[in-house]
Design a binder for this molecule. Sequence first.
Ligand SMILES: Nc1ncnc2c1ncn2[C@@H]1O[C@H](COP(=O)(O)OP(=O)(O)O)[C@@H](O)[C@H]1O
Ligand SMILES: O=C(OP(=O)(O)O)[C@H](O)COP(=O)(O)O
Length: 484
Amino acid sequence: MASVAASPAFSLLKSTGGAIASSAATRARASLLPITPSPKSTSPRPLGFSAVLDSHRFSLHVASKVHSVRGRGSRGVVSMAKKSVGDLTSADLKGKKVFVRADLNVPLDDNQTITDDTRIRAAIPTIKYLIENGAKVILSTHLGRPKGVTPKFSLAPLVPRLSELLGIEVKKADDCIGPEVESLVASLPEGGVLLLENVRFYKEEEKNDPEFAKKLASLADLYVNDAFGTAHRAHASTEGVTKFLKPSVAGFLLQKELDYLVGAVSNPKRPFAAIVGGSKVSSKIGVIESLLEKCDILLLGGGMIFTFYKAQGLSVGSSLVEEDKLELATSLLAKAKAKGVSLLLPTDVVVADKFAPDANSKVVPASGIEDGWMGLDIGPDSIKTFNEALDTTQTVIWNGPMGVFEMEKFAAGTEAVANKLAELSEKGVTTIIGGGDSVAAVGKVGVAGVMSHISTGGGASLELLEGKVLPGVIALDEAITVTV
Ligand SMILES: Nc1ncnc2c1ncn2[C@@H]1O[C@H](COP(=O)(O)OP(=O)(O)O)[C@@H](O)[C@H]1O
Ligand SMILES: O=C(OP(=O)(O)O)[C@H](O)COP(=O)(O)O
């Protein structure tokens, strides 16, 4: 294992810039997302000022350019917390029309059957809380990337599953604004749910058109954003509506995502390891740079490692390499060393003679990749060393597969990481799966249920891990601002 530095780091938190790496494709997601919304106090409270002070329910965390350094003591910063739906009591909610923006962008097959309902299940706690407190829920989401009204992107296939999970009959509107929607809202009973049609059927949604946002907002009395997967988009239903609806608060899912992806990562139980994989270093620069500020151990896998190998003078055959990122790779290695982060690159790899499931393959040391061969997975020695490093940790975050896990021959490294994290999670280690293909891998291995947190947002989680501000979060009402 090429250990750039052996001693753990204890770095200050600070914001990082970095490239955007938003994987836009809707991916298959793990089928067993653990949903554990924080239990809510039912005692009446003034809105807002509760969250930071009474617990860590929603204590820290907006992905702002500055994060809290609570407990780290070296730098005074501002900690912003957002109001949570849990701060709203039945006195606030009973009979009120609540516009809930969820991310129900689930994959559908050719028969319009939902193939993974993770995002629907993830939205349930917030909706249930609202209906149990007598609110009238106006539920909004996008599905896919339609250009105008497109029947195959209608939300009709979502209604039966939503109804089943909520235990009530969910009504659906054929539009998301206009007189017909208004009359359906008017007839909505307390505890009822009306699903608006795909909000992206209007181009004004993605343009964050203020008039369109105003029309959406006019349907309701207050706003809950629970659409973590879309929180990195400044759209009318995620950002624009907050200008017209007060209060505008975070739902339980959004809160949980922030608690883990910002809270647990910014203030981790140590040692804290980050595992970063995926195809290209260019898509993960921001994440690597940001995590280097926070973690003690950084494990790298996936296609990106070959750029690091080449930067160190190794032959990489026909492996994926980004020639224009060689200097960057060198500087990331130097940065890890300077910060005392133990950066581990795989010492052996599985190479193939073509990019195909039936390719010939063999295991070679990192220094032994011949011309005509490409590295498609990490090798068994690397798995062993990664496992030993992970055994020392208390917090682990994982983003990106270790190899081409979609092909069975090159899935062992990714599956080994998934299994190791499951084992650690069961021993009490905090395990966070940061969205995207790693979520699909965890689902494939069947260990999603034991992880501490599995993000429902690919692009959103990456942006958050890079330290970027999510427009859908920043627009929400603040609970309190603390200068430490
Ligand atoms: N050695 C490799 N060579 C080529 N592609 C790889 C390699 N290792 C992993 N990949 C591919 O990387 C893709 C995931 O990359 P990326 O989108 O960056 O990760 P994520 O979706 O987790 O953010 C997967 O489709 C996987 O097949
Ligand atoms: O699936 C989504 O993002 P993801 O694929 O990055 O997880 C979200 O629903 C956002 O969709 P978008 O990338 O079309 O804005």
